[in-house]
Design a protein around this ligand. Structure first.
Ligand code: SF4
Length: 418
């Protein structure tokens, strides 16, 4: 294997005379071909501005690559998990990187390989299913069916300009549809993709600016669920804040949807902050939840989420209330190489998912500037140095949690709890 870098003109260059390296947390590691997979279809290659590429010399010592050659990273399509970050270091005064999950990438026998695992191949999300036509006509149908419903215009931008698959599904009336509900949030995550409160990195999916009514949410849901291939409606999308902050409106919307669609999966993606509100939604007919967490270590959770008015106990309680009700509980595990794979984190994650009654772990690559996250954690003494590697961590949780499914995508309740 050989390192690859980007020339100033943007072209890729294979670097002779060096061995490729990658990073796990703050550690620079030697890469082994067994850690790498061929670049999956849909991968994007990016250079990292303001960073110096690192490689290994003939004695496997980390060295700087020459200054005008930039580090290169792979950004993976859904269904894949990044296991190592690119070997690079930020230069003084460099800007924060945009919010992507940057993976280490190398050349091997004229092919590019990436440090990753393939974690889910659920057909609903195959990129080729989103290459067909019909979207404009589907949006127009929604406009005619739902006059005055602000969610139509909002989701139309998500579906077309931002190419959000879930928004596209909503109009195409298939698979999982989006019901963004809240412009507000009770957290301020370092990696929030809808709002970066310090403005140091652009938010790729700008936060919705209105609060839909229960009738708007239920109307959009009914439009989607009228499709023969539609199975799920989901509150809590990348373009919004925290849906559980809309308690009364969401409870009313869920009741309206459940009344019309007795068999639908009514799902909420949440930060898990408000178990009492989730209980109200369950009472109204919600039967599936995906709870996001970066860590079940209180100090790490607080450093990343910057939560207002809730704790990691509330997050776990959200799992308990849904599992007690017999619904589907998924953990959306925001992973970071060098953090998620430490022994303390693995012990706490395994204990938390059992406590929550989770049926599935969705392994997500955390999208944010890795050096920024490392700095935040290291400044608080929270960066472990005993990571076993994300691939080994994945296998550990597979072995330690019999009966748990592992993947990337939410299934309809009838399929998941079968
Ligand atoms: S909980 Fe979600 S919406 Fe709220 S700050 Fe975090 S990522 Fe953003």
């Amino acid at each position: 294997m050989r390192p690859i870098v980007a020339r100033p003109d943007g072209g890729l260059e294979v670097l002779g005379g060096f061995r490729p390296a990658a990073r796990s947390g703050g550690r620079v590691l030697k890469l082994d071909v067994s850690q790498m997979i061929p670049l999956p279809e849909g991968t994007t290659l990016m250079h990292l501005p303001g960073r110096r590429a690192l490689a290994l010399d003939s004695k496997d010592r980390p060295v700087d690559v020459e200054a005008d050659l930039l580090p290169v990273a792979a950004v993976l399509p859904v269904g894949h998990l990044r296991t190592l970050v690119p070997a690079s270091r930020p230069l003084p005064g460099s800007r924060r990187l945009p919010l992507y999950g940057y993976s280490a990438v190398v050349e091997h026998h004229d092919e590019l390989l990436v440090a990753a695992l393939s974690t889910d191949a659920f057909g609903w999300w195959e990129p080729r299913r989103y290459a067909g036509g019909g979207l404009d006509a589907a949006i127009e149908s929604a406009r005619l069916a739902l006059p005055g419903n602000r969610l139509v215009d909002h989701l139309a931008i998500c579906a077309t300009d931002l190419r959000c698959y879930t928004a596209q599904n909503t109009f195409l009336r298939r698979y999982e549809g989006a019901l963004p509900a809240s412009p507000a949030c009770n957290a301020d995550c370092l990696g929030c993709i809808s709002l970066q409160t310090d403005g140091q990195a652009p938010a790729p999916q700008p936060r919705m600016r209105f609060a839909p009514t229960a009738d708007e949410l239920a109307g959009m849901a009914s439009f989607h669920l009228g499709g023969t291939d539609a199975g799920i409606v989901s509150f809590g999308q990348g373009c919004e804040g925290e849906p559980l902050t809309r308690d009364d409106v969401l409870a009313r919307a869920v009741a309206l949807i459940r009344n019309e669609h007795p068999a639908a999966t009514i799902h909420v993606n949440t930060n898990g902050s408000r178990p009492q509100v989730l209980q109200r939604l369950i009472d109204a007919g919600c039967n599936s939840v995906r709870i996001s967490a970066i860590s079940f270590t209180d100090a790490v959770f607080r450093a990343y989420y910057r939560p207002v008015g809730y704790s990691i106990e509330d997050v776990i309680e959200c799992g308990r209330v849904m599992s007690r009700a017999g619904g589907q509980v998924c953990l959306n595990l925001l992973t970071f190489p060098g953090l998620t794979d430490s022994s303390a984190e693995l012990d706490r994650t395994a204990a938390a998912v059992a406590e929550m009654g989770a049926r599935q772990i969705q392994w997500r690559s955390l999208n944010c500037d890795h050096d920024w996250l490392i700095d935040v954690l290291a400044a608080r003494g929270l960066l472990p140095d005993d990571g076993v590697g994300l691939a080994a961590a994945y296998q550990q949780l597979v072995d330690r949690l019999p009966g748990m499914t592992h993947g990337n995508f939410t299934r309809p309740v009838a399929m998941a709890l079968d």
